[in-house]
Design a protein around this ligand. Structure first.
Ligand SMILES: [Zn+2]
Length: 49
């Protein structure tokens, strides 16, 4: 799965490493991914895994 990046020059989203001749920076993962990470963290923190 490719990571979504955001061009720092024109502020548009892209899947490319560069845009407008500049390096496009990665953005935060989608909300559902974030929830998965927190759920996984909670399980580990609770000692259930
Ligand atoms: Zn751009």
């Amino acid at each position: 799965m490719k990571k979504i990046r955001r061009c720092q020059a024109c502020l548009s989203y892209t899947l490319e490493q560069t845009h407008c001749g500049l390096a496009a920076k990665s953005v935060h993962p989608p909300p559902y991914k974030l929830q998965d990470r927190f759920a996984d963290y909670r399980r580990k923190a609770a000692g259930l895994e």
